[in-house]
Design a protein. Structure first.
Length: 168
């Protein structure tokens, strides 16, 4: 019998597996992904992030990360504090998109964060990512906070718009 879809907080071993997958499929951005893996593994060990994974039949098919500490969030003012969590790394493997798996993971994550005492969530999106902006608006991220720029490890600079929502 096939395993059902499960939502969970990832273990260090699961994180390592997922990051290795991302690095293997990253193409020209490989060096950025290697740096991001190292940072995220350390942030996990420090208790600065909570990685949430959606797993189907033993395979990690979607993920999201809650960032809990302002020192690890670029442009963190107004985005993360003791009651506000910054959400990032929303990803679903091709072939599983649009089937409700990420929605289930998102609701699992929000419920967990509410139980941990968070009352607000924020996220960032590049202005030209219209599909992602529409998805985030669907999840209630309609309160515009600010626009700024973020820097990748390789020096790439991207424009980002930040949005928030109250956790109910």
């Amino acid at each position: 019998m096939a395993e059902p879809f499960i939502c969970k907080i990832a273990s260090l071993q699961e994180m390592n597996t997922k990051w290795d997958y991302e690095i293997a499929h990253s193409g020209a951005d490989r060096e950025n992904w290697i740096v991001w893996k190292k940072r995220n593994m350390e942030n996990y060990r420090q208790g600065y992030i909570i990685p949430y994974y959606g797993i189907l039949e033993g395979t990690i098919i979607c993920e999201a990360t809650a960032m809990l500490h302002p020192d690890i969030v670029q442009n963190s003012s107004g985005l993360v504090d003791s009651h506000t969590v910054y959400l990032s790394a929303f990803r679903t493997i091709d072939g599983f998109q649009g089937k409700g798996y990420f929605s289930r993971l998102f609701h699992f994550m929000i419920n967990d964060l509410r139980h941990r005492g968070f009352t607000r969530a924020t996220l960032g999106v590049e202005p030209d990512e219209k599909k992602n902006r529409a998805i985030y608006a669907h999840y209630g991220f309609t309160e515009w906070i600010k626009s700024d720029q973020e820097h990748y490890p390789d020096g790439t600079v991207i424009d980002v718009e930040y949005y928030g929502k109250t956790l109910k």
